[in-house]
Write a protein that binds this ligand. Structure first.
Ligand SMILES: N[C@@H](Cc1ccc(O)cc1)C(=O)O
Ligand SMILES: [Cu+2]
Length: 643
């Protein structure tokens, strides 16, 4: 890749195979287990990429630096003085904007193409002969893997893949010898941390490497804290992802977390909201928790590739729905606050293939193959007609994130689902198209017993008479920068240790959270991010959701609670008694009084879901709001109020 002049964002230039196929971005665990050569290349190449001089435009450091800090123009786009003024146009961030998803697609393509330069270099450094041939061949189909944080981890394994937490990995090095090497997926080692003075404030320059859950005294990364925290709210997160993919049909609602008074009760969630909580739960006050520096943690790239994948899946289910023009919530290098932001707004600083103009949302909406990749679920070329393709996506989504809340619950608890999700997808797609499975020649796997049986496990059928049940969801709204920093609203069902905020993230009774990536807009720590400053002035409101049904099921199965059904007659009084929420700050873990959180509103809704013969849920029902559940609690929606 040329590193002078306008850098064209091409992804990995790829011609479709004779059957129309493109190489797949695969799940990280899947890659590690089933594609060891690709994984080996990933480790060696990411190391090489991370080691590039930090002053090189296409170095890991510089590309990571586009997202937030150091708020400097990249590739000459924007003036070098803009970022320095709090009322100026600092950084390129697009969070809480309709451009959130689309902006990150060319961003990831840039990362992937830069990484790919190292992949090719490394592959060609192996000794000539079988080894080189093997790795050069593997390099052709190498694409950036994703971390699917919402799928059920294979039984017995951790919710946070070991590739993220192992300091050293065994690799076949370019001399053909197997050795242990520092794992570049685990963390990025700055070299140095402040290449030009003032790139990072001391809050971040104190860390020589990226960290997760840093010990507040020593700054030491505590990666072992991530897995239990990811596992604890997984059931609710899985429902959230299913709901987003299968029930949201409007791009604006699906994509970003900005709330406005017309937001309907069934659309408080968004992919951005779910994405935020992963930043929160994996960061623990370290790099991932802060949009300013999150992209320096290698995890960011695997996380965002998954976000891109979930969008690709949704977009192919809703090909005719895309972003509607909205007034820009802030000024950028190219647009002024209040001006219409549309699908044609330039996604700076990402030059398109001509390197003379910027990519726009419209140009990258329908296709990931423009950038040379597809996902396991989006192999459109395998299907003759769109309806067949969409049916396969729905099947894949439900088998990954819960055929329905009951089956999901049973699978998670009894570990009945022994077959891993990627195998399921493969079996489903191969089953539809046996002769033309082009990319891998593996044998189709049988669909598990569980999937063939009735969609609802027998022991739970009484909870969904006629295959209908109410899905319960907590809606949360708050002022994004209202606490001058990032905070989370954690929702609990049942008793907790009220006196110990540190324990809340691992309380069994924690159901889920909405993470709010607010920033400081007052005092010495004032953010330089211009968008954040304008958002604060506008009292930008964001929203998010915490699905409750999986936790209610837990409580039904746990007979001590007295709850016996999902119907409102029982659930409403139960929630009135047992539902609570708490607000804590990311950085300090300190609790905030809910009554004092600007704009906080919590409400409970339900919608009737029907599970069809095919096992797929129909979420087309209306949402009912129950103000009586939250009335009287700090921040709760009151009777007679609407938000
Ligand atoms: N934390 C639980 C979810 C839950 C929360 C509250 C409950 O009352 C019950 C279950 C889990 O791991 O799945
Ligand atoms: Cu982001």
């Amino acid at each position: 890749m040329s590193t002078t002049g306008n850098i064209a964002i091409t992804g990995i230039p790829t011609k479709a195979g004779s059957d129309g196929s493109f190489p797949l971005r695969r799940e990280l665990r899947d890659l590690q287990r089933k594609y060891p050569d690709h994984f080996n290349l990933l480790v060696l190449a990411l190391k090489d990429f991370q080691a590039l001089n930090e002053s090189v435009q296409t170095s890991y450091y510089q590309i990571a630096g586009i997202h937030g800090l150091p708020y400097k123009p990249w590739n000459g786009v924007g003036s070098s003085t803009d970022w320095q003024s709090t009322s100026g146009f600092g950084g390129y961030c697009t969070h809480s904007s309709i451009l959130f998803l689309t902006w990150h697609r060319p961003y990831l393509a840039l990362f992937e193409q830069a990484l790919y330069t190292s992949i090719q270099k490394i592959a060609n450094q192996f000794p000539e002969g079988t080894l080189r041939t093997k790795y050069v061949e593997a390099a052709k189909t190498f694409r950036m893997p994703y971390f699917d944080w919402a799928s059920q981890p294979p039984s017995g394994s951790s919710a946070f893949p070991s590739a993220f937490t192992t300091p050293n990995l065994q690799v076949v090095d370019i001399d053909g010898k197997t050795k242990s090497t520092a794992n570049p997926i685990y963390r990025f080692v700055f070299h140095p941390v402040n290449p030009s003075p003032g790139n990072f404030p001391t809050q971040w320059s104190r860390y020589p490497t990226t960290v997760r859950y840093p010990n507040p005294r020593t700054g030491q990364s505590q990666d072992n804290r991530v897995a239990p925290i990811l596992a604890n709210e997984l059931a609710s997160l899985r429902t959230n992802v299913s709901l987003l993919l299968l029930s949201y049909t409007n791009f604006d609602a699906f994509s970003f977390n900005r709330w406005d008074p017309s937001t309907n009760p069934g659309e408080f969630g968004s992919l951005e909201d779910v994405h935020n909580e992963i930043h929160d739960r994996t960061g623990g006050g370290g790099h991932m928790s802060s949009l300013d520096v999150s992209s320096f943690d290698p995890l960011f790239w695997f996380h965002h590739t998954n976000v891109d994948r979930l969008w690709a899946i949704w977009q192919d289910l809703n090909p005719d729905n895309f972003l509607s023009p909205r007034p820009a919530p802030y000024s950028t290098f190219n647009s002024t606050q209040g001006e219409s932001q549309t699908k044609d707004t330039p996604l700076t600083p990402f030059w398109d293939k001509s390197a003379t103009k910027f990519w726009t949302s419209e140009e990258i909406k329908d296709t990931t193959t423009t950038f040379g990749y597809a996902y396991p679920e989006t192999q459109e070329w395998k299907y003759k007609v769109p309806s067949e393709y969409q049916a396969s996506i729905r099947q894949a989504v439900t088998s990954l994130y819960g055929t329905n809340v009951f089956a999901n619950f049973a699978a998670a608890n009894v570990q009945a689902r022994a077959t891993e999700h990627t195998q399921l997808i493969k079996s489903l797609s191969l089953a539809t198209h046996p002769p033309s499975a082009p990319l891998t020649a593996e044998k189709p796997l049988l669909i598990t017993q569980e999937m063939k049986a009735s969609p609802i496990p027998e022991s739970l059928q009484h909870l969904a008479p006629n295959n209908k049940y109410p899905e319960w969801v907590v809606n949360i709204r708050a002022q994004k920068h209202g606490l001058h920093g990032a905070f989370r609203v954690i929702v609990f069902l049942g008793a907790i240790d009220e006196s110990d905020p540190d324990s809340w993230q691992t309380e069994f009774n924690a159901v889920g959270r909405v993470s709010v990536l607010g920033r400081s807009t007052q005092g010495p720590a004032t953010t330089k991010c211009a968008k954040c400053v304008t958002d604060a002035a506008d009292e930008l409101m964001i929203s998010g959701t915490v699905p409750l049904t999986s936790a209610l099921l837990q409580d039904i199965v746990n007979e001590n609670t007295g709850l016996q059904s999902l119907q409102p007659e029982e659930v409403v009084p139960y929630l009135k008694k047992e539902l609570k929420w708490k607000v804590t700050m990311f950085e300090t873990g300190e609790e905030k009084n809910c009554a004092e959180v600007p704009g906080l509103k919590v409400s409970v809704t339900s919608t009737e879901v029907t599970i069809g013969e095919d096992g797929l849920p129909d979420y087309s029902g209306q949402y009912v709001v129950y103000p009586e559940i939250t009335d009287g609690k700090p921040g709760g929606l009151r009777d007679g109020e609407h938000i």
